[in-house]
Each structure stands twice: as structure tokens, then as C-alpha cells.
Write a protein that binds this ligand. Structure first.
Ligand code: B16
Ligand code: MG
Length: 229
């Protein structure tokens, strides 16, 4: 089925807020007396705030009350927002702005490509405002509109539905293992942004949007579909 919609993850695809999440979670873990590595941080990408906290506490062997966990999640978010509030459009990852320009111009003969944001972050709206991309999506699905974080496909299924498209008509751009799994479980074509060694479930992996043309991308997707991806 030909691709008519693009669904974009936010953290690690449009902007590198994954680094800010890591800094804030690491600060919290350090205050609790343990550390988290880059490798462990990979497992938190695309996972909701409370699910991330539970994974980190289990990793550190720490058990806390529900009330204390809420306090810590709130504290982490305050540290994270200090970093987010310093963001400007300069934080947009290389090639993203050019790709969006092409997307607005590209058509498939039977209509333009439509796009949605599919992020489990409750701060997605603020981040898009900070980087000047709040008006660049036809549909925005964020952590305030969903009940299950990735790898559950809910965020992308809602995005496709609000675009008026079938899942198979959509390609998802994801940097996280959990996000690629969500796209596959949702029945979408998964374009991994990063390393094929990490994003092993993706149908196609590209290093970034830098120097990427829509024509080349759609051709690569069609080749992968032809191979029964
Ligand atoms: P917040 P994405 C996800 O965003 C992040 O990858 C993940 O690390 C974070 O815990 C989650 O959002 C929740 O974010 O605390 O801001 O609500 O990758 O789905 O865009
Ligand atoms: Mg991400």
C-alpha cells in the first residue's frame, strides 16, 4: 500500500531532548545513591515518565511509596523543563527543517503527504512551541492524549486515525527500540533513525534526515515493501 502519511516521534527524531531526559533522570538516580548508564538510558526512550521512574528504581534496587515516586517524577520533570526552556529552533536536528519543507511541497499525484506527531511526552506541546514547529503538523498526539506508552501502538494508531489513514498507509520515524516496536505492532512501516544494530525491528534504517530527499525515501520504502518487509 502506498505511503500517504508520516508519523514522527519527537524526542530523538525532531529534537534531541533524549539527552535532557537522561541528564534529569541521572541527577535523580545520583541523589538516590546510584548511577544510570547510556546503555540503560536506551531502554527508557519512548517510555512514559512513571514507567521510566519504575524501571530506574528497579535498576537501582530502590523501593519507594507511591507518594514519594510522584514527588520524584515531579522533581525530575522540573529539572527537565529547566533544560527544555532554554531550547530554541537551533535544537532542531539536522535535516528536519529541510525535510518538512519538501513534505509540504511533495505530493503523490493523489494528494499531499500528511503528517502527525506521535510522542508519549506530556511536554511535547511546549517543546514544539520552543522550537517554532507547533504549526507544522496536521495532527498532534502526545502524552496527554494516550493511556499507554510505547511499545503499545496507541499513539501511532491515534495519529493515523486522526489523519484519516489506514496504519499501512503510514510510515513512522522512530529513534527508539520501543517506538519501532510500537510502529510494527500498529501495522505501520517503521523507519528507524539511528543504527541498524540497535533498531533491529525497523523496516528501513537511516542515520538522520540530513541530506535525505522525500523522493529517495519513498523509493527506498517501496523497495523494502517490494521485498515483503
Ligand atoms: P515526559 P517520545 C518520550 O518521548 C521520551 O522518549 C521518554 O524518554 C519520556 O520519558 C517520555 O516521552 C515522557 O516524557 O516526561 O515529557 O512526559 O520519544 O515518545 O517523543
Ligand atoms: Mg524518541
Amino acid at each position: 500500500m502506498s505511503i500517504k502519511g508520516f508519523l514522527f516521534d519527537l524526542d530523538g527524531v525532531i529534537v534531541d531532548t533524549a539527552v535532557f531526559h537522561y541528564q534529569a533522570w541521572r541527577r535523580m538516580a545520583n541523589e538516590l545513591g546510584f548511577d544510570i548508564s547510556h546503555e540503560f538510558n536506551e531502554t527508557l526512550k519512548g517510555i512514559s515518565r512513571m514507567d521510566s521512574l519504575n524501571l530506574i528504581l528497579a535498576h537501582g534496587g530502590v523501593t519507594l511509596s507511591g507518594e514519594r515516586k510522584l514527588e520524584l517524577a515531579t522533581q525530575k520533570n522540573e529539572w527537565y523543563l529547566e533544560l527544555v526552556n532554554q531550547m530554541t529552533p537551533d535544537a532542531i536536528l539536522p535535516g528536519v527543517t529541510g525535510f518538512f519543507h519538501q513534505m509540504k511541497q511533495a505530493g503523490r499525484g493523489d494528494g499531499p503527504i500528511r503528517c502527525a506527531l506521535g510522542s508519549v511526552s506530556k511536554n511535547a506541546g511546549l517543546i514544539l512551541e520552543r522550537i517554532g514547529m507547533a504549526d507544522d503538523f496536521d495532527v498532534i498526539i502526545d502524552g496527554n492524549k494516550i493511556t499507554h506508552s510505547k511499545p503499545n501502538p496507541e499513539v501511532f494508531l491515534k495519529g493515523a486515525a486522526e489523519l484519516g489513514l489506514q496504519p499501512a498507509q503510514c510510515a513512522v520515524f522512530e529513534d527508539a527500540v520501543a517506538g519501532v516496536e510500537a510502529a510494527k505492532r500498529g501495522g505501520m512501516f517503521a523507519v528507524g533513525i539511528g543504527s541498524p544494530d540497535v533498531l533491529t525491528q525497523a523496516d528501513l534504517v537511516i542515520p538522520s534526515f540530513d541530506h535525505l530527499t522525500i523522493t529517495e525515501l519513498l523509493a527506498a520504502i517501496e523497495r523494502a515493501q517490494g521485498m515483503g518487509y
